[in-house]
Design a protein around this ligand. Structure first.
Ligand code: FDA
Length: 307
């Protein structure tokens, strides 16, 4: 219930304005977001690299409403790629098609993303998967890009009924897939509502990707999913170099470190930028304890200290 409310609030513009101005929420955002500027983000990439982890950088932003904003978002990604190359850090990039202008038309998003994919020659661009109503268009744009550029991949969400069939088709096409559970609020007509069903589908798709996929990314903080992946790989003699685990910046750092130490490829998804509100709300929705932490701090600040 709380999860649904928080996910809905992630799309609420007035709350966005109040939240980004609130000091406590800004400091909460720091736990999940690597600063607001590119140099800050590059510094975080360096630190993660020094611990043996790979990175994918995400410049936060989604659902832009003008062509100028969409073009500027693509320019920012091209600058990020330049900076990755100049500094020599180990990072690729992740982006959202609504940041590249998908709400303004497929052609706008395609052209902007193509610019980023071309600028990323030598590294890799992952297209995040957004809410279910964007999937057909996202996959169509991914396929157009992938026809000429093999350095692009896409995410799939195990919560959606359709994802197993999508995974099967994309594997046959040689696509590089990142598997996640799904962070958006979806109706029962398209998505499992029981966590057990989402997890069972996750394991089925993970097995398909590990068996026949092209360097899949198993993106989760769920130890049961991670154990299932390691066990399946072991039972089927799939070397750990053939896939990678991915996790979000600031979540389960202990697990990130222990997987890295056990010789697994681990990539951390590092978001940065000023547009952190919807991202933060999705992280709160995944774990309402995060919200309780913020509310607890606000309450403590409100109580005058006794000396
Ligand atoms: P689950 O939600 O079951 O959590 C397992 C455990 O992880 C929890 O018990 C807790 O310990 C920890 N945990 C999870 N979320 C936490 C949080 N917010 N704060 C603190 N602890 C937390 N989604 C999407 O729809 N489209 C996308 O493109 C992406 N992209 C993406 C990339 C990468 C690299 C990752 C890791 C995740 C995404 N996601 C995503 C988000 C994904 O769909 C999902 O919402 C989160 O990963 C949480 O699900 P888990 O698999 O971690 O399992």
């Amino acid at each position: 219930m709380l999860r649904q409310v928080l996910t809905r609030l992630s799309q609420e513009p007035r709350l966005r304005q109040m939240t980004v101005q609130n000091g406590m929420m800004r400091s909460m955002a720091h736990r999940f977001v690597a600063g607001e500027s590119l140099p800050e983000a590059i510094e975080v990439v360096r630190q993660l690299n020094a611990r043996g982890m790979h990175v994918t950088l995400d410049h936060l932003g989604e659902n832009v409403s003008t062509q100028a904003e969409a073009a500027a978002a693509a320019d920012d990604y091209c600058r990020m790629l330049e900076s990755i190359s100049e500094t020599g850090v180990d990072s690729n990039v992740s982006l959202k098609l609504t940041h590249m202008g998908l709400d303004l038309g497929d052609e706008v998003a395609y052209r902007n993303t193509l610019r980023v994919v071309e600028a990323a020659a030598g590294t890799f661009v992952r297209i995040d998967m957004e809410s279910a109503n964007y999937i057909d268009r996202t996959l169509a744009i991914f396929r157009r890009l992938f026809a000429d550029h093999k350095n692009v991949g896409v995410g799939l969400q195990s919560m959606l009924y359709r994802s197993e069939a999508d995974a099967e088709q994309l594997v046959n096409e040689g696509a590089r897939i990142r598997l996640v559970k799904g962070a958006y609020l979806e109706p029962p007509s398209v998505a499992y509502s029981d966590k057990a069903d989402v997890d069972a589908a996750y394991v089925r798709i993970m097995r398909l990707l590990l068996s026949r996929g092209n360097y899949p990314a198993i993106a989760t903080h769920d130890e049961r999913m991670i154990d299932a992946t390691k066990r399946f790989a072991l039972d089927n003699a799939i070397n750990a170099s053939r896939y990678e685990f991915q996790m979000l910046y600031g979540i389960r750092r202990d697990l990130q470190m222990s997987l890295t130490r056990s010789e697994h490829n681990v990539r951390i998804y590092v978001p940065f930028g000023t547009e952190w509100y919807p991202y933060l709300m999705r992280r709160m929705a995944e774990r309402p304890a995060n919200l309780m932490f913020v509310l607890g701090n606000i309450a403590r600040e409100a109580v005058p200290t006794r000396t």
